[in-house]
Design a protein around this ligand. Structure first.
Ligand SMILES: NC(=O)c1ccc[n+]([C@@H]2O[C@H](COP(=O)([O-])OP(=O)(O)OC[C@H]3O[C@@H](n4cnc5c(N)ncnc54)[C@H](OP(=O)(O)O)[C@@H]3O)[C@@H](O)[C@H]2O)c1
Length: 213
């Protein structure tokens, strides 16, 4: 099971133009995110999120185990003092093109990089080989969009806050399509999360096309 998540505004933004994103969602949605973290073996983020937010990626708002923390970082930009690299007993992996020395205990996974970076399927396969098959792709925009474009997600949880940011970072960006018959039409269920936030639970395993009448 591979699940993506994004906390976004009504207008589909996940951060302001300056990268400020804490917090778009209220506590119910944040608890949901921590519940997702507790349910998976590994949480993936892109290096852009590590640099912008310096997240811990631990489970704090609910009881539950911390997942392994995975950073996609082809150019070795993750600061050595990034909080998610803290040695707290959880596995910490960095996917790179060329490894460089890191603190003891940090696992480096070397993958080839194509035009769109690492193949999401190759990343997932490398995690499966290391015993991690339940995966949360937590963001940011580039990372989640690449997993979605590669059809590497089973589900996507959009945590939508009743907020209009009006400019800034767009959550999902995919290659252009000509008309709406090529749009991804997904099966979705909506749940209230409190504070006006809603969860849109998208099942991406259902057929992507059809039902265009
Ligand atoms: N609201 C939310 O739920 C949420 C969640 C997470 C983050 N955010 C926000 O999102 C922003 C960061 O998003 P972002 O899109 O700029 O960055 P990002 O997705 O966190 O990181 C993007 C970078 O990670 C590397 N990367 C990602 N996928 C890769 C792949 N398949 N192969 C190779 N490298 C890959 C690349 O590094 P290189 O550039 O070195 O090639 C890429 O430029 C921040 O403002 C953060 O606050 C919001």
């Amino acid at each position: 099971m591979v699940i993506g998540q994004l906390g976004q505004s009504l207008d589909g933004r996940i951060a302001t133009a300056s990268g400020h994103s804490r917090y778009i969602n209220r506590s119910g949605a944040l608890e949901h995110l921590h519940r997702l973290r507790a349910e998976v073996d590994a949480v993936i983020v892109g290096v852009g999120t590590v640099i912008a937010d310096n997240p811990l990626l631990t489970v704090r708002r609910i009881p539950g185990p911390n997942p392994a923390r995975i950073i996609l970082d082809p150019h070795n930009r993750t600061p050595d003092n990034a909080l998610c690299l803290t040695d707290d007993g959880s596995r910490r992996l960095i996917f790179v093109t060329e490894p460089r020395p890191r603190a003891e205990g940090i696992e480096l996974v070397q993958l080839p990089r194509g035009d769109s970076g690492f193949s999401p399927h190759a990343v997932l396969e490398a995690l499966r080989e290391r015993g991690m098959s339940r995966v949360l792709v937590e963001g940011g925009s580039v990372t989640l969009s690449r997993f979605l474009a590669a059809r590497a997600l089973d589900r996507m949880h959009l945590l939508v806050a009743p907020m209009i940011i009006g400019s800034g970072l767009t959550g999902l960006t995919l290659p252009p399509i000509i008309d709406l018959t090529s749009a991804m039409r997904v099966s979705a269920t909506v749940y209230p999360l409190g504070g006006g936030d809603i969860l849109v639970d998208c099942d991406l395993r259902a057929p992507w096309e059809g039902d265009h009448e």
